[in-house]
Design a protein around this ligand. Structure first.
Ligand SMILES: Cc1cc2nc3c(=O)[nH]c(=O)nc-3n(C[C@H](O)[C@H](O)[C@H](O)COP(=O)(O)OP(=O)(O)OC[C@H]3O[C@@H](n4cnc5c(N)ncnc54)[C@H](O)[C@@H]3O)c2cc1C
Length: 388
C-alpha cells in the first residue's frame, strides 16, 4: 500500500525478544509513525533480565522480579508473536514462526546464542548454571546450604556470554558464604578455560579482576579447560581432576540453531555483519547482539554482552527509520560499552571503554563501590519497568 505523501507502508520484523530485540523494537516504535508495522517474534512469552540472574543465585531477587511479559509491548503498538522461529530466508526476508510465514521489508535478527552444555560430557548432571533463570533459581538454595567443602566455579569454554559473569558468580558465592559465617570451612576455586579474566578488555582489567579474586581468597586457575564431569569430580584438559561439593558453571555457546541452518550463517555458524552498521550481506537484513561474530583488531570477537546488543539495536533502528523516511542512514555502533562487576556486600566495580579502539580495546576498570551497585539496580529498573 502506498501513501503519496509518506511513502509505502513498511513492516519491520525483529527476531528475538531479548535485550537486542526489545531495544530495537522500542526504538523503532518510538521513531516510526503508526502506519508502519513492527513485529517482534520470540519463543518464550517472557523477557528475563540475564544480568540479574546472579542476584537470583545469591538470593537477592526472586525469578518473578526479573521477568516481564513481552505482551506488554503490544500496548505500545508492537505486534508480539510468541512462536518458535523455524526458518529464516534472508534473501526474501521471510521467516516461518509457529507454522505461519511472516514477510519483512526490514529484518533485524537478534536471536542470542544457544547453550552447548552437551559438549562437556556429564556437566549438566554434575553441576548447575547461573546462566539460565531456572539454573540460578536452583542454585540459590544450594549455595545457601553450603556449610563446608569445596565449591568449583568453571567457565566451560573460552567463548561464553558476558565475560564478567563467572567472576561475579565466584565473588557472590564468597559473599553468601561469608554472610552465613561458613566461609572458613569452604574452599572456592575458579577454573577458567580462558587465560585471564576479561582478557579482551586488556591486561589492566584482567589484573584488577584477578586481584579481586585473590583478595577474597578464591583460588584462580586460568587456561584450565574442563573436559568432563561426574557428580563430585571434574576432569580437565591437562589430565588433572578436581573434587567438589558444588559445581557451578558458565556453559559454552553455539549459534542459535535456526541461524546456523540459514543462509545468514557464516563464521562457525554465527552471523557476519558490518561492525558499525550491523548490515549483513543481504539487503534490508541486520544482525545484532550475541548471534553476531564481530571482529576486533586483537583477533578476538566483540564479547557477547547486553550493553553491546542494546547499542547495536539503537544504531540499526535509527538506520531503518532513516531509510523508511528517505533520509541517509548515518547511524553506527561505535564499540563503546561498559559492564558492572558485582562483588557482593552491596558493591560493584565497572569496566567500560572503547572496544573498537586501535590497536587494541581501551577499557578502564573502576573499583567496587556502593554507587556502582546502585547504578546497576537503576539499570535493572530501567530495563524491566521502562522497556517493557
Ligand atoms: C548470567 C548472565 C549475566 C549477564 N550479565 C550481563 C551484564 O551485566 N551486562 C551485559 O551487558 N550483559 C550481560 N549478560 C549478557 C547478555 O544477557 C546478553 O549478551 C544479551 O542478552 C544478548 O542480547 P541478544 O538480544 O543478542 O540475545 P538474548 O537476550 O539472548 O535474546 C535472544 C532471544 O531470542 C530467542 N530465540 C532464540 N532462538 C529462537 C527461535 N528459534 N525462535 C524464537 N525465539 C528464539 C531467545 O529465546 C531469546 O529470548 C549476561 C548474561 C548472562 C547469562
Amino acid at each position: 500500500m502506498a501513501d503519496r505523501n509518506q511513502g509505502p507502508v513498511q513492516t519491520v520484523v525483529v527476531l528475538g525478544g531479548g535485550i537486542g530485540g526489545v531495544s530495537a523494537a522500542n526504538r523503532l516504535r518510538r521513531r516510526l509513525d503508526r502506519r508502519h508495522r513492527i513485529v517482534l517474534v520470540n519463543r518464550d512469552p517472557d523477557f528475563t533480565f540475564a544480568a540479574s540472574y546472579l542476584w537470583v543465585m545469591s538470593g537477592q531477587r526472586r525469578p518473578d522480579q526479573v521477568t516481564r511479559p513481552l505482551q506488554s509491548l503490544q500496548r505500545r503498538g508492537i505486534d508480539v508473536v510468541i512462536a518458535e522461529i523455524g526458518t529464516i530466508d534472508p534473501a526474501t526476508r521471510t521467516v516461518t514462526a509457529g507454522g505461519t510465514e511472516i514477510a519483512a521489508d526490514h529484518l533485524v535478527v537478534s536471536l542470542g546464542a544457544d547453550y552447548a552444555t552437551d559438549t562437556i560430557p556429564g556437566l549438566q548432571r554434575a553441576g548447575e548454571t547461573f546462566a539460565t533463570l531456572a539454573g540460578a533459581q536452583l542454585l540459590a538454595p544450594a549455595v545457601d546450604a553450603v556449610r563446608k567443602g569445596r565449591v568449583l566455579v568453571v567457565t566451560a569454554a573460552p567463548l561464553y556470554r558476558c565475560p564478567a559473569a563467572p567472576y561475579e558468580a565466584a565473588l557472590l558465592i564468597d559473599a553468601t558464604l561469608r554472610r552465613n559465617g561458613v566461609r572458613g570451612n569452604v574452599e572456592i576455586a575458579l577454573h577458567s578455560a580462558e587465560p585471564a579474566p576479561l582478557g579482551v578488555a586488556g591486561a589492566n582489567v584482567s589484573a584488577a579482576v584477578t586481584a579481586l579474586l585473590a583478595g577474597r581468597g578464591i583460588d584462580y586457575h586460568p587456561s584450565h579447560q574442563i573436559t568432563a564431569a561426574e557428580p563430585g569430580r571434574a576432569g580437565f584438559a591437562d589430565g588433572q581432576s578436581e573434587t567438589f561439593d558444588l559445581l557451578v558453571y558458565m556453559p559454552p555457546i553455539r549459534p542459535p540453531a535456526v541461524v546456523a541452518a540459514s543462509a545468514l550463517a557464516s563464521t562457525a555458524g554465527w552471523i557476519d555483519a558490518d561492525r558499525h552498521t550491523l548490515a549483513t550481506a543481504f539487503p534490508g537484513v541486520y544482525a545484532i547482539g550475541d548471534n553476531t561474530q564481530l571482529p576486533l583488531s586483537i583477533g578476538k570477537p566483540l564479547p557477547r554482552a547486553g550493553v553491546f546488543a542494546h547499542g547495536q539495536a539503537l544504531a540499526v533502528a535509527d538506520n531503518i527509520v532513516a531509510t523508511i523516511k528517505g533520509r541517509p542512514a548515518t547511524a553506527g555502533f561505535d564499540g563503546h560499552g561498559g559492564c558492572f562487576i558485582e562483588t557482593g556486600f552491596g558493591k560493584a566495580g565497572y569496566g567500560s571503554g572503547d572496544f573498537y579502539a586501535e590497536p587494541s580495546p581501551r577499557v578502564n576498570i573502576r573499583p567496587p563501590a556502593r554507587r556502582r551497585h546502585l547504578a546497576k539496580i537503576a539499570l535493572e529498573y530501567n530495563v524491566l519497568r521502562r522497556w517493557l
